[in-house]
Structures are given as C-alpha cells and as structure tokens.
Design a protein around this ligand. Structure first.
Ligand SMILES: *[C@@H]1O[C@H](CO)[C@@H](O)[C@H](O)[C@H]1NC(C)=O
Ligand SMILES: *[C@@H]1O[C@H](CO)[C@@H](O)[C@H](O)[C@H]1NC(C)=O
Ligand SMILES: *[C@@H]1O[C@H](CO)[C@@H](O)[C@H](O)[C@H]1NC(C)=O
Ligand SMILES: *[C@@H]1O[C@H](CO)[C@@H](O)[C@H](O)[C@H]1NC(C)=O
Ligand SMILES: *[C@@H]1O[C@H](CO)[C@@H](O)[C@H](O)[C@H]1NC(C)=O
Ligand SMILES: *[C@@H]1O[C@H](CO)[C@@H](O)[C@H](O)[C@H]1NC(C)=O
Ligand SMILES: *[C@@H]1O[C@H](CO)[C@@H](O)[C@H](O)[C@H]1NC(C)=O
Ligand SMILES: *[C@@H]1O[C@H](CO)[C@@H](O)[C@H](O)[C@H]1NC(C)=O
Ligand SMILES: *[C@@H]1O[C@H](CO)[C@@H](O)[C@H](O)[C@H]1NC(C)=O
Length: 448
C-alpha cells in the first residue's frame, strides 16, 4: 500500500507539474508581470561620416530590473541592408571575418552580410578598449549595478550611405544573452543623443541615432527549470523537499553520468574533466543546479523571522552577481534583512509584495560551486500586520521565487507544512479538486 501511495503521489505530482508547465508556457508573450518595462535597448550613434561610410558608437543598455547577462556574455547580430562592410572595431569584435577576397588592399574587419559581434575579454590592451567594454559580454541587471548594465563598442562602417538621408539601418537584429530568449524589434531613428563632456561645460550631439529594443521571454528561451524551492517551519518537523524531477530526472539508462554523487571517488577527476562549460550537478531527486530553501524560523509577538538559503548543486559553476526575486504579501513590512541587499519591485505602484535580493559585494555576491561553501544565506525579519498575518494554510511561505530571472519550481500549495491540529478545512481549493480527480484517475489507471 505504501508503495502504491508513493507511486500515486508521484503521478499526481507529474500531473500537477505538467499542468503548471502548460499554464506557464502557453504564453509566447515576452511580457514579464514583475518587470513590465524590462528590455535591452541597443542604440547606434553616428559620430562622424567617412568617405565611404560612418563611425558609430553602439551601446547596449540592460534596462531589465533583475535579469542580467552572465558569462559567456551577449552576442549581437544583424543583417546589413546593402553591401556594407566593417572596416574596424574598438571594444568589440566580429566572430567571423567572412569572405573579404574582393578587397585588394587592407582587408576589412568583417565582410559578412550578417555579422556576429561579441565583447572583448577583460585584460584587453588599452588601445583596443572602448568605455564600458571588455567585460566578456557580462551585463549587470539595472537594480544590482546600473554602472555595469551597459556595454559599448565603436564600429567603422564602409560601403554605406554617407549622409543621414542615404544610410540604411541594419535589419533583423538578434541578441543572445547568452542563450536564446530575446526578440528584437526594428530599428527606429530617434532624436540624436547629446553627449556632455566630463565637466558638463560642453555638449555635442550624434549626427544620427537609432534604437532597437529587445525583450526576453522564458518561452522562447525554452529553458527547462534550473531551480526549485523547498520549505520548512519551526511549527512542523516536516521538511517539504523540492518536487521530484523539478529540473529533470535521474536516469542512469538514457543519461549515464548526468549527475555525480558527492561520495564518488571519481568526483575530482569528473569535475576537472575536459568539458568544463557543461553543468555537472550533484545527484538529487530534483536534479536542479539551484535550490532555494525557505525556513519559517521564529515567531515573536510583533515580528516573525524567515531564513533563506540558496544552495548550488553544480560542481562546475560559480554564480557571480546572482539574484533572487521573491513574492510574499508581507514584503511590504520587511523590517530587517541580514547579509543580502533588498529592493522592492513595485511594477504596479501600489502592490508592494515583491523584492529582489542579491549578495553583498565581496562577501556573498558569488555563489560558489557545489561543496561545503556552495551556499549563501540570509535572515529576514517581517513586521506582522494583524489583519493578514497567520501561520495557517501555508501563508508564511513564498508565492513565487525566481533565481537569476528564471522561475523556480515550487512544491504544490497542498504540500506546504501546516500547523499541527489544523481544523477541518471548509474551503476546498481548485487545486484540491484537481488533486482528487487526478488521484481518481490514477486509481483507475492503477487497477486497469
Ligand atoms: C525599455 O526600457 C526603458 C527603461 O525602463 C523604457 O524607458 C522604455 O520605454 C522601454 N522600451 C520599450 C520599447 O519598452
Ligand atoms: C538629417 O540632417 C539634417 C541636417 O543636416 C537634419 O535637418 C535632418 O533632420 C536629419 N534627418 C534625420 C533623419 O536625422
Ligand atoms: C530576417 O530573418 C528572418 C528569419 O530569420 C528571415 O526570414 C528574413 O529573410 C530576414 N530578413 C533579412 C532582410 O535578412
Ligand atoms: C533610445 O535609447 C536611449 C538609450 O536607451 C534612450 O535614452 C532614448 O530615450 C531612446 N529613444 C527612444 C525614442 O526610445
Ligand atoms: C542511478 O545511479 C545511482 C548511483 O549509481 C543510484 O543511487 C540510483 O538509484 C540510480 N538511479 C536509477 C534511476 O537507476
Ligand atoms: C569558483 O570560485 C572559487 C573561489 O573563487 C574557485 O576556486 C573555483 O575555481 C571557481 N570555480 C569555477 C568552476 O569557476
Ligand atoms: C515597500 O515596502 C518596503 C518595506 O517596508 C519599503 O521599504 C518600501 O518603501 C515600500 N515601497 C513602496 C513603493 O511602497
Ligand atoms: C506595516 O504594518 C503596519 C501595521 O500592521 C501597517 O499599518 C503598515 O501600513 C504596514 N506598512 C506598510 C508599508 O504597508
Ligand atoms: C506537517 O505538515 C505536513 C505537510 O503539510 C503534514 O502532512 C503533517 O501532518 C504536519 N504535521 C503535523 C504535526 O501537523
């Protein structure tokens, strides 16, 4: 019977999980309710005309509140409208020169119709740098570090128009950050940018400026979940683990070696093996590289306290400048937070239930690879609002968690640790109905 029950539970979990998946992934819209104006804007400023083209400064601004671009960084592409070539670049480079055999003298930097541009790496010589360049394509999120949320490079374009009437704007912009997920709109000519000198005593302006806006959608990124949530509380001994197979299933038959056990004598050699860029996660029931644990720790008269722990299960990956977005109705009265930074996100002005959390610089802004140091933690103190506060019905647990901009898989609300001797629940949630019908179905299935 116990076996049957556990089988049933997993079936129900699969059904529920699938359901959540469908709801989440049917929207192809790039709209993020927690960051409705989030976008990456690419701006081209022509700063001089040349005999056969122009010199422009291209700047990428990451205007997203909490989504950053991590290593190995952004890749920008476009399609030239005519037969343009790139003579030269500073602070960035085209990954492929293409066929420049038509040029008898010094060949251009890139002759491709669809150039692909990447940032230069840190440590680039000064004469090849441009302001805000050379961070290996990494862009901070706007809230975490606006001074590192932009990147620029300079580009000299030939065989193009040489006046603002004859220049044709590049088409079909593409942006990888670093994987898929971004969709870019069409370039639009906008008011020329004004540049101020450092002392603000002189202003100059671009000869012509155009903008392109790119937005992110997790649907287009087609990413499997990379993070899950587990829960516990002082009032109930049960630790509710991450749902099984949140990020994938352990399958030794189809994916041998897809994860490693920490006790393995081969751990060190596997971790340092050739393919350093692919993830290598610790074998767990959830198989996620990241787990967020929310523990309701203490109850005071006027306050209550939560401990949040983020654990890295990937042996090959350090998450620098990680961030977490959490939603809970009591965030409007977050009184104190230890060792993390916090900023409330209020996309709709009035509802103040979402915060972004990130590490303290040089202390815990890097979540290091799996191991004894592979976690960061914080405690949060909330002031109770007597009108809404309760430990009943899992109210003390978060509604939604995002890690580095991607949703984390939550345990189903019915599984949240509940108060001992919780009375008969008169309110039957929709989820319960689904659970019941799903288990009825499962029973039928099991006995068929
Ligand atoms: C892009 O983001 C900026 C900054 O939040 C905002 O001002 C602008 O309107 C956004 N653009 C689009 C097209 O959403
Ligand atoms: C082109 O430049 C002229 C002046 O040189 C200016 O009047 C005009 O508005 C510019 N057009 C565009 C599209 O920037
Ligand atoms: C832009 O990209 C789309 C899809 O990749 C392609 O069908 C279209 O031909 C491209 N347009 C140009 C001008 O290259
Ligand atoms: C173009 O982009 C720049 C930089 O993001 C921004 O300041 C400017 O307002 C944008 N212009 C328009 C018309 O969107
Ligand atoms: C996969 O292998 C590990 C260790 O060898 C074992 O503990 C686990 O039960 C296996 N899982 C399956 C689904 O066979
Ligand atoms: C992660 O950071 C630690 C400490 O800085 C370093 O020793 C380790 O090599 C890094 N691991 C990876 C995979 O970059
Ligand atoms: C949201 O709540 C936090 C914590 O009490 C507070 O610091 C912040 O000012 C509030 N934000 C808004 C927009 O009301
Ligand atoms: C915090 O809680 C107090 C009392 O419960 C309430 O009056 C106040 O409006 C809350 N603060 C915010 C920013 O919502
Ligand atoms: C603790 O919570 C779990 C999960 O909701 C529940 O099954 C269990 O009965 C609770 N324990 C007590 C002592 O009420």
């Amino acid at each position: 019977m116990g076996f049957l029950l556990s089988k049933l539970t997993s079936l129900v979990t699969v059904v529920l999980f699938g359901l959540g998946f469908c709801i989440f992934f049917t929207s192809t819209d790039a709209y993020d309710p927690l960051d409705p104006n989030g976008n990456i804007t690419i701006k081209w400023d022509i700063i001089s005309w040349t005999p056969d083209g122009y010199v422009a400064v291209v700047t990428l601004f990451n205007f997203q509140q909490y989504r950053h671009i991590q290593a190995p960084g952004w890749t920008l592409g476009w399609t030239w409208a005519k037969k343009e070539v790139i003579w030269n670049m500073v602070g960035g480079q085209a990954t492929d020169q293409g066929d420049c055999s038509k040029f008898k003298t010094t060949p251009p930097h890139c002759c491709k119709k669809t150039p692909t541009i990447v940032d230069l790496l840190p440590g680039t010589p000064y004469n090849q740098q441009y302001s805000n360049c050379c961070r290996g394509g990494v862009l901070s999120s706007w809230i975490q570090d606006p001074s590192n949320a932009a990147a620029s490079f300079q580009i000299s374009v030939g065989r193009s128009g040489t006046t603002n009437k004859t220049v044709r704007l590049p088409k079909n912009y593409t942006l990888l950050g670093p994987g898929p997920g971004y969709t870019c709109g069409v370039a639009k000519v906008v008011k020329p940018t004004k540049f101020f000198t450092a002392d603000k005593r002189r202003v100059s302006q671009a000869l012509m400026t155009w903008n392109v806006t790119c937005t992110y959608s997790q649907f287009l990124a087609q990413k499997a979940p990379t993070c899950c949530v587990s829960l516990s509380s002082f009032y109930n001994d049960t630790v509710v683990p991450c749902p099984t197979c949140s990020c994938g299933c352990q399958n030794n038959i189809t994916h041998p070696g897809s994860c490693v056990v920490p006790e393995s004598p081969y751990l060190a050699s596997v971790v340092s093996a050739a393919d350093k860029n692919s993830p290598l996660v610790r074998c767990t029931s959830h198989m996620c590289p990241i787990r967020v644990h929310w523990h309701v720790k203490l109850n005071y008269k006027e306050y209550w306290r939560v401990k949040v722990t983020i654990t890295n299960f990937d042996y090959r990956r350090n998450y620098s400048d990680w961030n977490l977005v959490a939603q809970h109705p009591n965030f409007d009265n977050l009184t104190q937070i230890f060792s993390f930074n916090a900023k409330s996100l209020t996309p709709y002005g009035t509802i103040n239930d979402t915060v972004m959390l990130w590490g303290t610089k040089f202390y815990n802004d890097m979540l290091v690879q799996s191991g004894p140091l592979g976690n960061v933690q914080s405690e949060m103190l909330f002031r109770k609002n007597p009108a809404t506060f309760t430990f009943d019905k899992g109210w003390a647990f978060p509604r939604r968690i995002y890690f580095n901009g991607d949703t984390c898989v939550m345990p189903p609300p019915d599984a949240f640790p509940h108060l001992p001797n919780a009375g008969f629940r008169q309110y039957v949630s929709l989820l319960t109905v689904i659970m019941i019908s799903a288990s009825t179905f499962a029973f039928t299935y099991a006995y068929a």
